[in-house]
Structures are given as structure tokens and as C-alpha cells.
Design a protein around this ligand. Structure first.
Ligand SMILES: [Mg+2]
Length: 373
């Protein structure tokens, strides 16, 4: 029987360029100067390591604390060979600390690491172990927010189109910004609009009526709050494809979203929902409703690769969301956001093989989990 011998969390903060001025992802938020990734290394007593990643960004210190004080110590000494049973027990143990938020993100990191370990032990890339046949994926370019700056938006749409991307996502909220993007590239380049939950149902319906004839591929999270699935369904009746799901955190919450008829495109997020185990259930559930899945993936480390492997194992692989930025030092060789395709490694597991020597100056904190006294 193998046991989990050690767990280590590593926060890495990587400088990047956006091709425009820095903005917060929503009005009022601090601009992102670096991309942070909270990575987790889980090692078993036979010397094999698996990598995971938990959501994310500015909440990483809280996820790190959840890992170090609660979730990590719980897993030390346990047998990771039956991932479904072990994760089920973990969720039953921790649900009182929230079915959303840092404890769930910490559980996500562990789950991903356990799948990496299992695939390494089986000698296969994870996508193959999950039933996928090939590891070549197409990315879509998920642009940073340019605060409505039409010139920067158009320039970056052209840059993404020239790089070979067939779909580009904006994180803007203003109709002139949407139209600037649409006019900057050919009609066959798909443009999607991620507005991050700003509007009432009435406001969202008004926006849809103004832009529904303008050839946008989907409108993402138009309604506040994100769990107003009935409200989303009302907006969807206006005739634009609606995408949402990165703020849906459990299989049952997704079921309510699907039953409400809220979305055309479901976007669960592997480093939020509890990792690969629930993610695969969510994909099957959405497909059973005839709903397309294009996972959320605003990640740069093992969470990005976990999304890619899960997608490669889907019956019809989706596009892989990839933040359209240039990294000064890529977090790992497969994270090249300017390339429209990704070929997953044929090595066993996730294929997460960073150059730690190069990344070392970017490590914000590295901490080993210690057993509870
Ligand atoms: Mg989004």
C-alpha cells in the first residue's frame, strides 16, 4: 500500500505583458502585474510525485492557508490509490468549511495531484488514462481586460488572429469595445464576450437586444449574481448564446443551472470544483442535457494542464482557454499562450515539467505541510 509521505505548496508569481495598459479584470479591482499560480506537490512513500493547482490569483494566500492548516495535514499518511473514495471522504470531512472558496480550491489541488500520480504510476499520459486518443488541442485566446480601450482591443484581436487563433474572448463591458473587436478581424474569427456578472436581468436583456445581430459567438456571465440561473435563462431567451459556469462549484449546482435552461455553454473550472474527479462528472452531466462544455481555465500551472488533459479525453475536445499574455519566463514549456495549438506530452501523468532553476526567483512562498500535532 502506497501512502502520501509529503505535501508541499509553492506559490509562483510570473511577470507578463498584455499588449496594452494594465487593468483590473473588473472595474475597481487591482491591476494584475504578475500571474500567480499556487502549485501543490504530493509525494508518496515510493518516491513518485504528483502536481496540482488550486484557484487562484489574489485569493492564493487563503487557499495556501487552507492547504497548510486543514486539507494538507488530513491527507498525510493516507493511501491515494482509490481517488474517488478518498476524495469523497475528504469532501464529507470538509463540507462545513464551504462548498465554494479556499477549502474547495485546496481540495481541487490535491485531487489534480492524485490524478497526476495515478497516471504516472500507470505509465500513461493522463488524457490517455481517461480514455482520450490524442493530445493535440486548439487553444482560444482569452484576452486580458483593456478597460474599454478600443485601440488596444482591436490591436490584440489582430495579434491573436495573426498568431492563428480562431476564437478570441474579450473581458470588456462596453458595447463600443465589443464592436471594435468585431470590426478588427474577419467575421469567421469567433469573438466571445466575457463580462463577469455586471448586470441585472433587465440590463442584460437590453444589451443583448443591441448586439444580438452583430455576430458574437457567446455572451459569458451577463447577470449578477452568478447563481441567478433563472435570470440567465430569461436573458438567453433573447436569442444570444449564453456561457457560464466558472462560478458553479459543485455537480448539484451545475444540475440546477442546466435544469433552469441557463446556458448554451457550460464552463466548469478544474481548480475550483474539487479537481478532475467532479470535473468529469460535470462534463458528463452537461452533455446529458445536450449542453456544450468549454472549461474555464485562467491558469498557468498544473491546473492548466489538468484542464487540457480533461478536454483531450472529451468525446469531442473543446477549445482550451488560454490567457493571451506573454510571459517573461514561461511557468513550464507547454504554457506558450501565443501558440494556437498545444500538444500534450506523451510522458506519464500531466507532463508538468517546469524549469525550477529559472522559476526559483519567481517563487513567492514554498512551504511543506506538517502533520497536525
Ligand atoms: Mg469567464
Amino acid at each position: 500500500m502506497k501512502k502520501i509521505k509529503s505535501i508541499e505548496s509553492i506559490r509562483v508569481s510570473v511577470p507578463f505583458e498584455t499588449g496594452g495598459a494594465r487593468q483590473g479584470m473588473r472595474p475597481g479591482l487591482t491591476p494584475w502585474m504578475k500571474m500567480e499560480s499556487l502549485m501543490l506537490r504530493v509525494e508518496t512513500d515510493d518516491g513518485i510525485s504528483g502536481w496540482g493547482e488550486g484557484f487562484g490569483h489574489f485569493v492564493n494566500p487563503a487557499t495556501e492557508a487552507a492547504l497548510q492548516t486543514q486539507v494538507g495535514p488530513w491527507f498525510l499518511g493516507r493511501d491515494p490509490s482509490d481517488i474517488h473514495s478518498l476524495m469523497d471522504l475528504a469532501h464529507r470531512s470538509f463540507f462545513g468549511f464551504g462548498r465554494h472558496g479556499p477549502v474547495m480550491y485546496a481540495l481541487s489541488a490535491v485531487d489534480i495531484a492524485l490524478w497526476d500520480l495515478a497516471a504516472k504510476r500507470s505509465g500513461q499520459p493522463l488524457f490517455r488514462m481517461l480514455g482520450g486518443s490524442h493530445g493535440e488541442l486548439r487553444r482560444y485566446a482569452s484576452l486580458m481586460r483593456y478597460g474599454g480601450d478600443a485601440e488596444a482591443i482591436a490591436a490584440n484581436c489582430v495579434r491573436a488572429r495573426d498568431a492563428g487563433f480562431s476564437m478570441i474572448k474579450l473581458h470588456e463591458r462596453e458595447i463600443p469595445a465589443f464592436l471594435a473587436a468585431r470590426e478588427s478581424v474577419e467575421p469567421e474569427v469567433q469573438i466571445t464576450l466575457d463580462v463577469n456578472c455586471p448586470w441585472s436581468v433587465k440590463e442584460a436583456r437590453g444589451v443583448v437586444r443591441s448586439i444580438r445581430e452583430e455576430n458574437f459567438h457567446w455572451l459569458e456571465e451577463p447577470v449578477w449574481p452568478p447563481d441567478d440561473f433563472e435570470g440567465l435563462a430569461v436573458v438567453r431567451e433573447e436569442g444570444m448564446a449564453i456561457a457560464a459556469g466558472e462560478n458553479v462549484h459543485t455537480v448539484h449546482e451545475l444540475k440546477r443551472c442546466l435544469e433552469a435552461g441557463a446556458v448554451d455553454v457550460a464552463q466548469p473550472s478544474v481548480a475550483k470544483v474539487g479537481g478532475i474527479t467532479p470535473m468529469r462528472r460535470m462534463i458528463d452531466l452537461a452533455h446529458s442535457f445536450g449542453v456544450r462544455v468549454v472549461p474555464h481555465s485562467f491558469y498557468w500551472g498544473p491546473g492548466y494542464l489538468a484542464t487540457a488533459h480533461v478536454i483531450a479525453a472529451m468525446p469531442e475536445p473543446a477549445l482550451l482557454e488560454t490567457t493571451f499574455v506573454s510571459f517573461e519566463i514561461p511557468p513550464h514549456p507547454l504554457m506558450d499562450p501565443m501558440q494556437p495549438t498545444l500538444v500534450l506530452s506523451e510522458s506519464a501523468g500531466l507532463g508538468f515539467e517546469p524549469d525550477w532553476q529559472a522559476l526559483e526567483p519567481l517563487v513567492v512562498n514554498r512551504q511543506r505541510v506538517t502533520a497536525r500535532q
